[in-house]
Design a protein around this ligand. Structure first.
Ligand code: XMP
Length: 326
């Protein structure tokens, strides 16, 4: 791909010029933008880069492995992993209010990231080095949006790995600042990142934490992970990944309904499917997925995921509904 190739070369030159021989760190979220930004910087300055992955335990099935194994294998990047699953579960214990959950996740994320940062800085210092730069996967639309737009941004407090508070100790490296999402994906593919990372649909920073309506527990996360993995696998198998913008799978943990299985009564939780089509997530319509696909997802989830006895489809556009439930 000629365009991706020339963008890549140009950015690599720029990054080298900006960073020189200094050390740099980059947070990875599991998403496309941070992965491509990190891979570009790795291409430009190699081991001067240390990537940081704070695993908050709210990712979907297989996503932590995508960062820890696939990203590392395809880029050769140095990775520091902070396994903070318990920290987040403890901080979120007893909390069901959506905005409180978001604030806790955002706050703990920043703290955990800063702790990781300090550990990496201490290691660099012991070798007489200093970390001078922080990579951010800011895209062109983010630049435009933060230039003036308010409105929708205030409906929910969005949390993003890219949205860490600007730490004045670091100078920012933003190699995607001039690019749109499709260009970022093309550059990522050119850099050899796996299709699962490069083609990933949008996924919120607070992850599954805002897809459990009710209190977040380890057990509920496990259940939602299974249901979500089935829904995603069936969507992919049906060849419809490109037909939907994203498909949140939501666990209504505070709701139970009566069902029947074999010759016994069940009293389980509903799972909501929220497939939407959209251009930019500002507005959206519910996707008219084929009934056969919906039936398959529903059968598999109710059969394979213990504790779930009902699957429902969200047929609300945005507005008035938002894409996520919290
Ligand atoms: P809503 O639910 O507001 O979502 O219609 C619009 C888009 O934003 C994603 N989303 C988030 N992304 N941090 C993110 O990085 C967040 O806190 C967050 N909350 C929602 C959502 O998945 C959808 O694509």
């Amino acid at each position: 791909n000629w365009t991706a190739n020339s963008i890549l070369d140009e950015q690599v030159d720029r990054i080298r010029e900006q960073i020189g021989s200094a050390k740099v760190i980059c947070g990875l979220s599991g998403g496309v933008d941070s992965a491509v930004a990190a891979a570009l910087v790795q291409r430009a300055v190699g081991d001067q880069l240390t990537c940081v992955f704070v695993n908050h335990g709210l990712l979907r099935q297989g996503e932590a492995e995508q960062v820890e194994l696939d990203f590392v294998a395809s880029t050769g990047a140095k990775l520091y992993v902070a396994n903070e699953q318990d920290r987040f579960l403890n901080a979120l214990a007893g909390v069901s209010d959506p905005e409180t959950k978001r604030k806790i996740i955002g706050r703990e994320f920043i703290r955990a990231f800063e702790e990781a940062e300090r550990a990496i800085m201490a290691e660099a210092a012991s070798e007489g080095e200093e970390i001078k730069f922080l990579v951010q996967g800011t895209l062109y639309p983010d630049v435009v949006e933060s230039g003036g737009g308010e409105g929708a941004a205030n409906i929910k407090s969005h949390h993003n790995v890219g949205g860490l508070p600007e730490d004045l100790r670091f100078e920012l490296v933003e190699p995607l600042r001039a690019l749109f999402k499709d260009e970022v994906r093309a550059v990522g593919a050119e850099l050899g990142l796996p299709a699962e990372i490069v083609g990933r649909q949008p996924f919120p920073g607070p992850g599954l934490g805002i897809r459990i309506v009710g209190e977040i527990t380890g057990e509920r996360l496990e259940l939602l992970r299974k249901a979500d993995a089935i829904a995603r696998a069936e969507l992919t198998a049906a060849g419809l990944d490109n037909e939907v913008w994203q498909m949140p799978v939501v666990l209504l943990a505070d709701v139970r309904s009566v069902g029947v299985m074999g010759d016994g009564r069940t009293y389980g939780h509903p799972i909501v499917l929220r497939p939407v089509s959209s251009e930019d997530a500002m507005t959206a319509d519910w996707s008219r997925l084929p009934y056969d696909l919906l039936a398959k997802i529903s059968n598999r989830i109710t059969n394979e995921v213990e504790g779930v006895n009902r699957v429902v489809l969200d047929v609300t556009s945005k507005p008035p509904g938002t894409i996520e439930w919290e």
